[in-house]
Design a protein around this ligand. Structure first.
Ligand code: ATP
Ligand code: MG
Ligand code: FE
Length: 350
């Protein structure tokens, strides 16, 4: 079965072709991606209207490119999947509209996919795919949550952020350091030259006894430090502050993930979402899990942030598990706000 997946929930337009057999893992046949980062950089954040318009411009050429790379045509596609939510309403409508239009023209069924389920299942596109059950740490621009995952569509929330997401903490701290948008990767780069113990920044909820997170206070602490800096701080000082910020975020993510493994008695961890690309996070998580004899799985680095491959893969895996049936119904809707847990088996599916 060949699935064409379309992602357009925020500021990346992604299209990919994934193949899946009855019992096997999803296999990526071809993919194309356009990031709008440069376009939004001038505004310091994503401008929803500009995002929608750019998705419209990009999605068809990207679909052609993905098909070409896979050396397939639409005639080889069995169904089309699109991100139904959560995300920016206008941006989601572009992907949903194009998916349904393509499908209607070709008499193909369509399936709406949960964006976070895409992130969560993206490691199944790696050679070293995880086995169920596992604990998942989902760390992206809009979400930070720990889940117990017993199978495709079987997700139980263990804890989540009560305010900012980890990616947001990276981005907001980066902005305070004058690093532009999205600052996560830039902050990580700057941090490489800094000392992680230069500033004692808070690790909120580290000893809260539950699996929730809080990152809003960290941003405030970074702001306080930035205000204390002399005008035009030197490069070393900024690097120190970046390194200390990154260390605080990573420390909390690693310790809470380990606490989740302990609480569930599981010894497999999946880390997914944009922040899972972070090198320090991977290093420290690998070390902490090795000490506990636990295995960690990540998406391939280029599949950590938004892409079409993870949407096609999630659709393929849901279809394979018999949890979702693509349909020839083209009266689509989107869900800008959409919690992941209720779509677990038994709950209302897509
Ligand atoms: P969501 O998936 O929650 O809807 P999103 O789609 O905007 O949000 P992703 O695309 O998964 O989020 O990830 C983007 C986030 O990941 C941004 O906050 C970005 O700064 C962060 N990020 C990406 N690479 C890195 C890195 N190397 N280090 C730290 N943060 C990173
Ligand atoms: Mg993005
Ligand atoms: Fe995302």
């Amino acid at each position: 079965t060949v699935v064409l997946g379309i992602e357009s929930s925020c500021d990346e337009t992604g299209v990919a072709l994934v193949e899946i057999g009855p019992g096997g893992a999803p296999r990526l046949l071809g993919e194309a991606l356009h990031s709008q980062v440069a376009m939004h950089a001038d505004y310091g954040g994503v401008v929803p209207e500009l995002a929608s318009r750019d998705h419209i411009r990009r999605v068809i050429p990207l679909a052609r490119q993905a098909l070409e790379q896979a050396q397939r045509t639409l005639a080889d596609v069995d169904f089309i999947a699109y991100t139904r939510g959560p995300g920016l309403a206008g941006a989601l409508l572009v992907g949903a509209g194009v998916a349904c239009a393509l499908a209607a023209a070709r008499d193909l069924p369509v399936l709406g996919v949960h964006h976070l389920e895409g992130h969560l299942l993206s490691p199944f596109l790696s050679d070293d795919a995880p086995r169920f059950p596992f604990v998942a740490l989902l760390v992206s621009g809009g979400h930070t949550q720990l889940m117990r995952v017993d199978g495709v569509g079987r997700y139980a929330l263990l804890g989540e952020t009560i305010d900012d997401a980890a990616g947001e903490a990276f981005d907001k701290s980066a902005k305070l350091l004058g690093l532009g948008y999205p600052g996560g990767p830039a902050l990580a780069r700057l941090a490489e030259a800094g000392r992680a113990d230069a500033y004692a920044l808070p690790r909120p909820l580290l000893h809260s006894g539950n699996l929730d997170f809080s990152f809003a206070g960290l941003k405030t602490a970074v702001l306080t430090q930035v205000r204390k800096l002399p005008a035009g701080p030197d490069a070393a000082t900024r690097a120190d502050l970046a390194a200390s910020t990154q260390a605080a975020i990573v420390d909390v993510l690693v310790k809470k993930s380990l606490a989740a493994l302990k609480a569930t008695g599981l010894n497999r961890l999946v880390v997914a979402g944009g922040v899972s690309a972070n090198r320090l996070l991977r290093q420290q998580m690998d070390a902490a899990c090795a000490a506990r004899r636990a295995r960690v799985h990540y998406p391939e680095p280029r599949l950590c942030t938004d892409n079409g491959a993870m949407i096609a893969a999630a659709a393929a895996l849901r279809w394979q598990a018999g949890l979702a049936r693509p349909e020839r119904r083209y009266a689509f809707d989107v869900k800008p706000r959409w919690p992941l847990e209720p779509i677990s088996q038994g709950g209302p599916a897509c």
